[in-house]
Each structure stands twice: as structure tokens, then as C-alpha cells.
Design a binder for this molecule. Structure first.
Ligand SMILES: N[C@@H](CCC(=O)N[C@@H](CS)C(=O)NCC(=O)O)C(=O)O
Ligand SMILES: [Fe+2]
Length: 378
């Protein structure tokens, strides 16, 4: 069995999905924020339940989607303990295992590219992050990088794995996809047949340009991809929050936590559609900037046509519709109708006012208003 290998062309990053064939529980290694939709689609396509997101290190060149996947897919987050990723629920130490169904991946602490970097062994595969690349290795000139440490991690820890072990790197800048421990031992240009001193002088002479997104990426990755400047409405602000799994949705794109809906809306990816009646908005309060398109439940053709037309006018092509009602019930019906109209539509969990039943059964922590998201009274 092989891992699923996914590629982000903007950063030449490989993301991997590994799963238990019987239980369909999965782990995603080094997911990229700009590929979150692709990754969710991959999980759906294979019928997988994401148990874990895990990082090989705090990346300098792209931003992880770990926090987003925790919210969207209900995954738990794990990261190497030495990487300063304080938001990860599990801080991995050398030889720790992450279990998913009857499978597990084993963490190997391999300092050098960064002090906390790890590789992960699954069956006869190893995910090497930026510790070992095909024919090369990660740079050691920033982020606590250390060339002698990298030499020892590669030669003493990775090269101790069986030669037949398949190597799955964190990046490749030349279109190669995988290698093996045996092939790297004999043919890796930087390390095969070299002494530690030779390796260190090669690394010191690289003089690579700084990754373009480094100043933004490292701090974001140290909070699971949720940017520090996202303010108080961070998507992952407590362990309870990450329980806000998106429930599998029948007939519409999915269920969103209010915070995440707010972020998508603020980022301009989506239109916030308030499907309550005028009377409810006036009486209870409203979200400034949300588009009111009332969803009426009685089956009067003329009224549904009004909803369809108003919704189509409110949601420009390419944007998602995020449906908000009082407690998260009508918004599901509205999201289903929007989907029939060809709009990518999500239901916002617990609506504007929260749903005590939902809170009791699913451990959610309130609707739009209780979460301190912006709203006003008339
Ligand atoms: N040009 C890339 C930089 C790529 C880069 O520096 N990658 C790091 C991994 S985070 C590395 O170790 N590269 C090794 C190499 O290029 O040989 C960017 O601006 O993001
Ligand atoms: Fe890196």
C-alpha cells in the first residue's frame, strides 16, 4: 500500500495522506493552506475520516492548513515538540506513535534542517520532510538549522532504516516524486560517501536566497496556520474549538463553525447570507454586512422563486454562500436549495442565537452571538 501524494506547485511542497483501509481513518502530513479544498475533496473521494494532521517541522516557505483541517474535518493536530507549535494538541517526542485505526506512524527526531524537525515511518515508507530530499537535503542556514546535526540525523537515523524503505520528501524542485533509502545512501550528491566535514562545507557554501514568505510563514505555522493577526476570531482558540468537526453534509457543501464562517467572509471568499425573516432580524439583532435572503418554509412556489432569485443575485460566481439562521436548522434547508441552484453553500452551525440541543449533544459552544462575533441590534 502506498501513501497518497499531493503537490502544491507554488511552494513545491508534497503533502501525504495515509490511511487504514478497514476503518478509513487517515493522517495528513504537511498540508498546505492553499490546498485545503483539494485535500478535503481527496478525503471525501476516498471516504476517509481525518484522525490527525501532523507537521514534519515549522515550515518557512508555506503555511500549514492544520488548524483549518481541525475545524473542517475534525482532525486532531500533532507536531514535533521542538518546533514551537504551541497550538498542536499532541507534542511528539522521538519514537512516539500516532495511531489511526490499526495503523500508526512512528516519529523520528531528526534535527538539522530545524532543531525540532522530525521524519515519520509508516510500514516500509518514510516521510522525510526537509531532512532528506531526493538527491539533496534541507538547508541548514536559518531557523536553528545545524549542518553537523543534519549529517548525523541522515546517516545515523535515516540510513539505519532498511535500504528498501521508500523515501517521500517534503519538497522536490525538479518534479521527482520518491526515492529509497538505498538510492540516497549510494547516490545523494550532498551526503553519499562524504565525511561530516565535507558535508558541512557543502552546506556552508550553498548561499540560497531566503524563502520569500518566511517572515509570514514561520509565526503562522507556529500556531497551526492561523495567522497571529487574525485577531480574537482565531479559528483554533481552544481544544474545545477543534472538536467542531464539520459533520458530513448530505446535499450541501458542509457545516461550518461560526468563527470559520466569519473568517471566510472577512477574507472575501464567501457571502454571508442571513436567511431569517425581517421581523427576526429587527427583533433579535443582525450581522452588519450580511445579505438578508429570507428562507420561508411553507411550500408556496412564488416565495421559493423569490428566494432563488434573491440568492442568485447575492452570491457572485466563484464565491461560497454561508447560511445563517436562528439556530442552524433553516440554514440547512437553505444551503440545500442553494446547492441545487449550483452555489457552493455551507450551513453555519448553531445559527445566530445558538441551539441548546446542539450544544448538549455535540459539545458546540454557542452560535454567532455567544462567540463574540460582530452583530448589532436595531
Ligand atoms: N525559493 C523558495 C525557497 C525554498 C527553500 O529554501 N526551501 C527550503 C525548505 S523550507 C530548503 O531547504 N531548500 C533546500 C534546497 O533548495 O536545496 C521560496 O522562496 O520559498
Ligand atoms: Fe522547511
Amino acid at each position: 500500500m502506498r501513501p497518497i501524494q499531493l503537490f502544491d506547485p507554488a511552494s513545491s511542497t508534497y503533502t501525504y495522506v495515509v490511511f487504514d483501509q478497514a476503518t478509513r481513518e487517515a493522517v495528513i502530513i504537511d498540508p498546505v493552506d492553499q490546498q485545503v479544498e483539494r485535500d478535503l475533496a481527496t478525503l471525501r473521494e476516498y471516504g476517509l475520516k481525518l484522525a490527525w494532521t501532523v507537521e514534519t517541522h515549522a515550515h518557512a516557505d508555506h503555511i500549514t492548513s492544520a488548524g483549518l483541517l481541525a475545524e473542517h474535518a475534525g482532525a486532531k493536530t500533532a507536531a514535533p515538540q521542538g518546533c514551537g507549535i504551541g497550538t498542536a494538541a499532541v507534542q511528539l517526542a522521538h519514537e512516539d506513535r500516532l495511531r489511526f485505526g490499526g495503523e500508526s506512524i512512528r516519529a523520528l527526531h531528526t534535527p538539522g534542517h530545524t532543531a525540532g524537525s522530525m521524519c515519520f515511518v509508516w510500514r516500509d515508507h518514510v516521510f522525510t520532510g526537509d531532512t532528506l530530499l531526493i538527491g539533496g537535503c534541507g538547508r541548514t542556514d536559518f531557523q536553528s538549522g545545524n549542518a553537523p546535526a543534519l549529517y548525523r540525523s541522515i546517516t545515523e537515523i535515516l540510513f539505519a532504516l532498511p535500504d528498501a524503505t521508500t523515501v517521500w520528501p517534503g519538497h522536490d524542485y525538479a518534479g521527482r516524486t520518491y526515492s529509497s533509502i538505498g538510492a540516497e545512501k549510494s547516490g545523494n550528491g550532498r551526503i553519499a560517501g562524504r565525511t561530516e566535514a565535507e558535508f558541512v562545507s557543502i552546506m556552508n557554501a550553498l548561499h540560497l536566497p531566503r524563502p520569500k514568505r518566511m517572515d509570514e510563514a514561520v509565526p503562522a505555522n507556529q500556531s497551526s496556520g492561523i495567522r497571529q493577526d487574525a485577531g480574537e476570531h482565531s479559528s483554533v482558540d481552544s481544544a474545545a474549538e477543534s472538536k467542531l468537526a464539520v459533520r458530513p453534509a448530505q446535499g450541501y457543501a458542509g457545516d461550518l463553525a461560526p468563527q470559520l464562517a466569519y473568517e471566510w467572509w472577512q477574507a472575501g471568499h464567501a457571502v454571508l447570507v442571513d436567511v431569517r425573516t425581517d421581523a427576526e432580524r429587527e427583533w433579535v439583532g443582525f450581522v452588519p454586512g450580511a445579505v438578508p435572503v429570507a428562507w420561508k418554509q411553507w411550500p408556496a412556489m412564488a416565495i421559493n422563486m423569490q428566494f432563488d432569485q434573491a440568492l442568485q443575485a447575492a452570491v457572485p460566481a466563484g464565491k461560497k454562500a454561508l447560511m445563517l439562521c436562528r439556530s442552524g436548522v433553516r440554514s440547512i434547508a437553505a444551503a440545500k436549495r442553494a446547492t441545487e441552484l449550483g452555489i457552493t453553500a455551507y450551513n453555519i452551525l448553531e445559527g445566530f442565537e445558538g441551539n441548546p440541543d446542539d450544544a448538549a449533544q455535540r459539545g458546540h459552544t454557542g452560535g454567532w452571538r455567544q462567540r463574540g462575533l460582530p452583530w448589532r441590534q436595531n
